[in-house]
Ligand binder design. Structure first.
Ligand code: ZN
Ligand code: FE
Length: 253
């Protein structure tokens, strides 16, 4: 079974993400940041959207649900919190399984950015769709959950195989890279940021990333190592993570 993915920028700094199970031809849009852009992109590819897979309730993730449903009749799957702003046909949570044709997607609980935030992991295709839980060199702001909840979700993602491609929902990588460099001079990170700045100057995407690359360079996954530079000697991973997260929240650069 093969899962093809096509991404394109939309809104200010979001990505629209379409995933197609090749054998069945079923197509999921991961979230619905901009219904018109998603429908137009699917049309260019000759793909017909059959599913919406929401990661969390924010308007730049579920705001296009109604329009996509109206135009395509797609089944909308996501966490219950989506109902706060948009239609939802089937509620799912961590530990459940979603099928796109023959492709199995495991639902992972990655709450913290919002309480019910989930990710979808296609083990056979080595791909994960993570919304705003983790970004290239970053992670989502903690709007609703606690640092502990967010950290546990990030650990669930970090436990996936290194080769897993990670499709995050925003292009925040250049600003994340500046923050990472303010704390860390690891050679792998430095080399990665050179490539990131080069790509962004040419307006090229830095998404997807991989779990292996994030484990090696993402300051939030490296929090225990980096927190002492913020004056937090505490080796408790949650405290270290919370320190790095709040440093990023106020970082100007
Ligand atoms: Zn969000
Ligand atoms: Fe978002």
């Amino acid at each position: 079974m093969t899962l093809e993915v096509s991404i394109a920028p939309c809104l200010e700094d979001n990505y629209l993400i379409l995933a197609r199970d090749v054998d069945s031809g079923q197509v999921a849009t991961i979230d619905t940041p901009d219904a018109d852009a998603i429908l137009a992109h699917a049309k260019t590819l000759g793909w017909t959207i059959t599913h919406v897979l929401n990661t969390h309730w924010h308007p730049d993730h579920a705001g296009g649900n109604a329009k996509i449903k109206e135009v395509t009749g797609a089944e909308i799957i996501g966490p219950a919190e989506v109902r706060r702003i948009a239609p939802l046909d089937r509620e799912v949570g961590g530990g459940e399984v979603v099928k796109l044709g023959a492709t199995q997607l495991d639902v992972l609980d990655v709450g913290g950015h919002t309480l019910g935030h989930i990710a979808y992991y296609a083990a056979a295709a080595e791909k994960a769709f993570v919304g705003d839980a983790i970004f290239a060199l970053g992670c989502g702001r903690i709007f609703e959950g606690t640092p502990k909840q967010m950290w546990e979700g990030l650990q669930r993602l970090a436990a996936l195989p290194d080769a897993t491609e990670v499709f995050c929902a925003h292009e925040y990588t250049a600003s994340n890279a500046r923050f990472a460099l303010s704390l860390d001079d690891d050679p792998t990170l430095v080399a990665r940021t050179v490539e990131i700045f080069r790509r962004r100057e040419q307006n090229l995407a830095t998404v997807p990333t991989t779990i292996g690359l994030e484990k090696a360079t993402n300051p939030f996954l490296r929090a225990v190592k980096l927190a002492p530079k913020l004056g937090v000697a505490d080796q408790d991973p949650v405290a270290a993570f919370a320190a790095v997260r709040s440093a990023k929240d106020t970082f100007k650069g």
